[in-house]
Design a protein around this ligand. Structure first.
Ligand code: NAD
Ligand code: TYD
Length: 364
């Protein structure tokens, strides 16, 4: 990418030479996505002295509308770039010389990865290696990898997996994230880079792209559309509000011991079908919107993490109880129908058809 393609606020760097000790430059990749945009808002609100660079390729799930409130903020700058393109990454490190890198950028949807795994390897594996290479060259203080509990694969009933659990991914997305985690291990072991890996359970919250389960439930229900439930609906997921995840990442970025992995969870687990019925009940709607569809291939039955390490060692714990979080998110989607409308009018509509048409048992 040519330098002049980089959208940079001219005055962004004013003051870098006068930085006080607690001033930090944080390079956030994938900051136009769901968790990344919530994390950027968290940083900007909490640390008036931090400068945040959002480096994002703006794929289908990247949306600058997620960050409109920050457009005029001098501590925030957006750079359009691709983590798998060394030129884009190098130019950004040269220009901003970040203190910390928090690496969210990824292809993030399991169903998509089953259809087209290649881009998952390119972005999630190669992209992570390129980010690590330049972080080393530019002597970044800490590289925080946003991984996922899906790297552990399906967890047996009555068990929670700890950080020492084996990597046993069961779909291309999870395999690409597990591979990236191994590259982090290598960066630490071989090159002595300061790194952390964060493995959170399923997130929900404002700005989540409607391909994921909770937004699908809410947005379809609000539009009186069928809610697709894969298989028999008994798969279990553990849910965390995105703001609790963001607080955990912040804590790990600042206090995590280098080389360590931290699971982030709540213990709040739901069978998919129970969750759909619960949300429908909250919306005063009947269960007849539920439509059982063909199962996902290799569908993990159950995710469940042991998050005692971050709780004991870093004093983090979730603050948003599930019911409160769910009600907040339902109102958020109700108040952002234009946000959904815009997504539905783009390529997402075609994707929705591609994924769900063959799944619908009743349709020909
Ligand atoms: P998302 O799909 O909403 O956002 C991904 C962002 O990355 C988008 O803004 C996209 O434009 C950007 N991106 C994609 N490819 C890129 C590339 N080549 N270069 C630069 N930017 C690129 O995803 P999300 O749900 O916010 O997930 C963010 C991270 O958190 C991912 O690494 C994911 O594996 C991890 N994670 C997600 C969850 C969850 O429940 N959503 C749970 C645990 C971990
Ligand atoms: P998802 O949000 O895709 O997250 P992940 O697969 O990474 O956990 O899916 C959460 C659960 O919901 C998972 O068990 C698959 C299921 N699911 C459905 O039943 N219907 C859907 O339309 C989607 C997207 C997911």
């Amino acid at each position: 990418m040519e330098k002049n393609n980089i959208e940079k606020e001219i005055n962004f760097f004013n003051g870098k030479t006068n930085l006080q000790e607690d001033n930090k430059i944080i390079l956030v990749t994938g900051g136009a996505g769901f968790i990344g945009s919530n994390f950027i808002r968290h940083l900007i609100n909490k640390y008036p002295n931090f400068k945040v660079i959002n480096f994002d390729k703006l794929t289908y799930s990247g949306n600058l509308n997620n960050l409109t409130t920050l457009e005029d903020n001098n501590n925030y700058v957006f750079v359009k770039g691709n983590v798998s393109d060394p030129k884009d990454v190098k130019t950004t490190f040269e220009q901003f010389n970040p203190d910390f890198v928090v690496h969210f950028a990824a292809e993030s949807h399991v169903d998509k990865s089953i259809i087209n795994p290649n881009i998952f390897l390119e972005t999630n594996v190669l992209g992570t290696q390129i980010m690590l290479n330049y972080s080393r060259e530019y002597k970044v203080q800490k590289f925080v990898q946003i991984s996922t509990d899906e790297v552990y694969g399906s967890i047996q009933e009555n068990c929670n997996v700890g950080e020492e659990g084996s990597l046993a991914p069961n779909n291309p997305y999870a395999a690409s994230k597990a591979s990236a985690d191994l590259l982090l291990r290598v960066a630490y072991q071989t090159y002595g880079q300061r790194v952390n890996i964060v493995r959170a359970c399923n997130n929900f919250g404002p700005y989540q792209f409607p391909e994921k389960f909770i937004p699908i439930i809410i947005t379809n229900a609000l539009q009186n559309k069928e809610i697709p439930v894969y298989g028999n609906g008994i798969n279990v997921r553990e849910w965390i509000h995105v703001e609790d995840h963001c607080r955990a990442i912040d804590t790990i970025m600042q206090d995590g011991k280098s080389g360590e992995i931290y699971n982030v969870g709540t213990g709040n687990k739901w069978r998919n079908i129970d969750l759909v019925e619960h949300i429908l009940q909250k919306l005063d709607l009947k269960n007849d919107l539920i439509s059982y569809v063909l199962d996902r291939q290799g569908h993990d039955i159950r995710y469940s993490v042991d998050s005692s390490k971050i709780r004991k060692q870093l004093n983090w714990e979730p603050q948003i109880d599930f019911e409160t979080g769910l009600e907040q998110v339902i109102s958020w989607y109700k108040n952002h129908l234009d946000w959904i409308e815009e997504i539905n009018s783009g390529e997402y509509a075609a994707y929705f058809k591609e994924i769900y048409k063959p799944r619908m048992m009743d349709t020909d």
